[in-house]
Write a protein that binds this ligand. Structure first.
Ligand code: RTP
Ligand code: MG
Length: 141
């Protein structure tokens, strides 16, 4: 199995619900290590840049508004197959379709306010991690 890193964001809705610790516990139980972390109020420009791949999509404006509606918790997770493992923990984008026991099934209210973000591939993860963290801020162990 490949040792990978992935970018995780606990979105404003989940930060507001005070479930950062509950979500971290799920990462740790699944063997994912938090190797970098910061809480941040994203600027509009940062949120637009992060989700630039979606800029032509009809939901882009709402997505950006939501991502800047309060602080987010941003972390790098490391472990075997971290990208896919994290996506499985998150569940489907739409919480109505998310499997029972996933983070989105348990904490998300809607497809817009869906609690968490996770990189969708190892290559995307590299770009997303570099968007928020310097290499010296990531502590593999
Ligand atoms: P994320 O990037 O946040 O981890 O979510 P994802 O991969 O599961 O979904 P993605 O297709 O990358 O979409 C990014 C975020 O945009 C919102 N979205 N809304 N109304 C809609 O049809 C729609 N589709 C996507 C979601 O909040 C999604 O997390
Ligand atoms: Mg995505």
């Amino acid at each position: 199995m490949a040792l990978e890193r992935t970018l995780s964001i606990i979105k404003p809705d989940a930060v507001a619900k005070n479930v950062i610790g509950e979500i971290y516990a799920r990462f740790e139980k699944a063997g994912l290590k938090v190797v970098a972390a910061k809480q941040k109020q994203l600027s509009r420009q940062e949120a637009e840049g992060f989700y630039a791949v979606h800029k032509e999509r009809p939901f882009f404006k709402a997505l950006v508004e939501f991502m800047i509606s309060g602080p987010v918790m941003i972390q790098v997770l490391e472990g075997d197959n971290a990208v896919l493992k994290h996506r499985e923990l998150m569940g489907a984008t739409n919480p109505k379709e998310a499997a029972p026991g996933t983070i989105r099934a348990d904490f998300a209210d809607s497809i817009d306010a869906n609690a968490v973000h996770g990189s969708d591939a190892a290559e995307t993860a590299k770009v997303e991690i570099a968007y928020f963290f310097a290499e010296t801020e990531v502590h593999s162990r």
